[in-house]
Design a protein around this ligand. Structure first.
Ligand code: ZN
Length: 410
């Protein structure tokens, strides 16, 4: 069998970044009557391209399959809506956006971001592939069209609506299989004097923080500033500024301009490229240590859980986020080691985690069970969740645990 090809430069992908084995799609929670059926598992084998250094997961599951009926509504998260407002305020100031401007957002979801553009009296258009989510935006009065962006569809939008002063693609770039055609779509949309912003989880933070649970099938590319520059360059866009953001365990927001009209990049671009190079992201060899870091995390967690099981101590999980499934499946943890998970989302109650079949209960199930340990799955919210879980410690002497970036009994 031949190796898969790089989605940027088409070279054969012969070098492994990390191989997490087989896993079901992380959002495919099971109902009780589905437990006795087969489940489809796909590889989570992340490669690094030895030519262009793009770290990537082959498209084992197509984007259409995942995103056409996407169920995530961004406006459910207050902090996310606030993040979007701060972005719009900043962009309006940087680019001097006003009533004569035009803003396009790709993967505009339910209008959580464009509502702030509408408030400013600026003309805008959302592009969203999930029809049910786009419907919610239309109900708020935000013009939205339903399709996947590529060079062809981007050109059609430009012909129909004119070029955009700002094109935002703020949490979609890492999630498109054909990233070059998508980037060409961004170039087609933006005016010669306009800017394109994208936000991506930063590969440097993923590696430094052992954030391997952010690897899942819908997350196709794991980008550094260096590889982001290369993808955008292939579409005629040049990164002129970059910001580091705390979202998703550490993200980048890049500001790009059409290459033939791009000003000199800000010093921040050079600084961050330097930091990436110093961390080894400029060579294939520099990426080599990650797989052993991941193995270490798995060994520590399994050792701890087996130790608990031998002593007759119970462990339950707090939070059943999609990304927790990568960790649980990779470690082969089932309800013998983690008895159940609790989650605040009522849609998950009574369901089971894909692959591991760990049952999901309401948070109220914690107190009667009095577990000896509660494993916090969303490690990025550990401060907030530790405070919520104070009664575990004070009421029955339980302990809180995180597995990432390293196993820690808090
Ligand atoms: Zn490549």
């Amino acid at each position: 069998m031949s190796a898969p090809l790089c989605r940027l430069c088409r070279a054969e992908l012969t070098v492994t970044f990390v191989d997490l084995g087989m896993s079901p799609p992380c959002e495919s929670y099971l109902a009780a009557d589905e437990l006795d059926r087969g489940e489809t598992f796909y590889p989570l084998h992340v490669r690094i391209c030895s030519e262009c250094l793009l770290v990537q997961l082959p498209a084992y599951i197509s984007g259409e399959e995942i995103f056409s009926h996407y169920a995530y509504f961004s406006s459910y998260s207050d902090s996310w809506v606030a993040h979007a407002k701060a972005y719009v305020d900043d962009a309006a100031q940087r680019l001097g956006l006003g009533p004569g401007s035009f803003v396009v957002e790709v993967a505009s979801n339910d209008g959580y971001l464009l509502q702030h553009v509408v408030e400013r009296g600026i003309r805008c258009l959302g592009i969203e592939p999930a029809a049910n989510v786009a419907e919610a935006a239309l109900e708020k009065g935000i013009p939205t069209e339903v399709f996947f962006l590529g060079e062809e569809s981007g050109s059609k939008v430009r012909s129909a609506h004119g070029p955009a002063d700002l094109v935002a693609a703020n949490n979609v770039f890492a999630h498109v299989p054909d990233i070059v055609d998508f980037a060409k779509g961004l170039r087609a949309l933006v005016a010669d004097t306009g800017r394109v912003t994208i936000e991506i989880p930063h590969l440097l933070r993923l590696i430094e923080g052992n954030e391997y649970d952010t690897i899942y099938h819908e997350h196709y590319s794991y980008l550094s500033l260096l590889t982001t520059q290369r993808v955008l360059a292939a579409a005629g866009l040049t990164v002129v500024d970059v910001e580091e953001l705390p979202t998703h365990g550490g993200s980048l927001r890049t500001w790009s301009a059409p290459t033939e009209h791009a000003p000199q990049p800000s010093p921040e671009v050079e600084r961050l490229l330097g930091a990436e190079a110093a961390a080894g992201l400029g060579t294939v060899e520099g990426h080599a240590g990650f797989a052993s870091q991941v193995a270490e995390v798995r060994n520590d967690l399994l050792e701890f859980l087996i130790f608990c099981a031998r002593r007759g101590e119970t462990v339950v999980a707090y939070g059943a986020p999609g990304k927790g499934n990568t960790l649980l499946n990779h470690c082969g943890i089932r309800s013998d080691l983690v008895r159940f998970a609790v989650d605040r989302n009522p849609f998950k109650h009574g369901k089971f985690l894909p692959g591991t079949h760990i049952p999901i209960h309401p948070v109220e199930a914690l107190a009667p069970a009095r577990p000896d340990y509660v494993l916090i799955m969303p490690w990025n919210l550990r401060e907030e969740i530790s405070a919520q879980l104070a009664p575990v410690v004070t009421d029955w002497g339980g302990r809180l645990v995180v597995a990432l970036p390293h196993l820690e009994v808090i």
